[in-house]
Design a protein around this ligand. Structure first.
Ligand SMILES: C[S@@+](CC[C@H](N)C(=O)[O-])C[C@H]1O[C@@H](n2cnc3c(N)ncnc32)[C@H](O)[C@@H]1O
Length: 231
């Protein structure tokens, strides 16, 4: 684990994973997947103001990693990514299933959580797995690495073995938050409920509640528009 003059303990301070991934994943490219590092300086303060205005988190100055797949920005390891994944970072326990490997930011924290027994990740792009997995494992202890399984598959087609059961199921495959993600979330939740260990087990998607709220807002706007179109 990189040392910035103090020991990083992700189990105690999960927030330290923000801006950490460039120390773990070097810049590189594999087929359709590319990792680059970028610096945020004071000059982007105006951009930060825009993010804050839009209800997102600003970015502190520092160095970060980004993952691009097929030319599309999938994620960065900035505060916003951490905040939008807090349900799994703080709520996961037992046997966990995640769709979407990305930079492995969430995984780095889950690997250290004593409440987590195993993590199975399903990632669509083999190039992402080849680019990211070896570096994540290099940062894990043998015990942590043994609890982690990364499989290649499209989550819309892949299904767990019949007998598998999960305490936490999490779908994190979208590059952006938006109401257009809701039908896919609903479809996935319907397809995977039978693999929940019990009715108390959690199944959710990246920013699910916010996505529902955005869709509701959109519906209200559509309704108002339809009602007043004639005036
Ligand atoms: C935002 S990233 C995931 C972030 C990750 N959970 C982390 O902790 O860093 C989204 C990932 O989902 C993958 N993905 C996109 N569509 C998918 C699908 N249908 N099935 C599985 N993985 C998919 C992308 O290739 C990408 O690696």
């Amino acid at each position: 684990m990189p040392n910035w003059g103090r020991r990083i303990d992700l189990a105690k301070n999960p927030r330290d994973v923000v801006g950490l991934m460039h120390c773990i994943i070097p810049e590189g490219e594999k087929g359709s997947a590319k990792v680059t590092h970028f610096r945020v300086t004071r000059e982007v303060n105006l951009e930060n103001l825009r993010l804050i205005r839009d209800g997102q988190c600003g970015v502190k100055s520092g160095t970060y990693a980004r993952l691009v797949v097929d030319g599309e920005l999938m994620m960065t390891d900035t505060t916003n990514e951490f905040v939008t994944n807090r349900s799994i970072i703080f709520g996961s326990e037992g046997d966990v299933l995640i769709a979407g490997l990305g930079l492995g930011m969430v995984l780095m924290v889950l690997a250290k959580r004593k409440e987590v027994t195993s993590v199975t990740v399903v990632e669509k792009h083999q190039d992402v797995i080849d680019l990211i997995e070896p570096h994540l494992r290099a940062e894990m202890t043998t015990k942590e690495s043994k609890r982690l399984t990364i499989l290649q598959g499209d989550i819309f087609e892949w299904r767990p073995p019949k007998e598998a059961r999960y305490d936490f199921i999490y779908f994190d495959i979208w590059p952006d938050i938006g109401p257009e993600n809701l039908p896919a979330m609903t479809k996935l939740h319907r397809s995977f409920w039978r693999w929940k260990r019990s009715r108390h087990s959690t199944m959710t998607s990246w920013e699910h509640q916010r996505t529902i709220a955005m869709r509701q807002e959109e519906r209200v706007e559509e309704e108002l528009y339809a009602r007043f179109r004639g005036y």
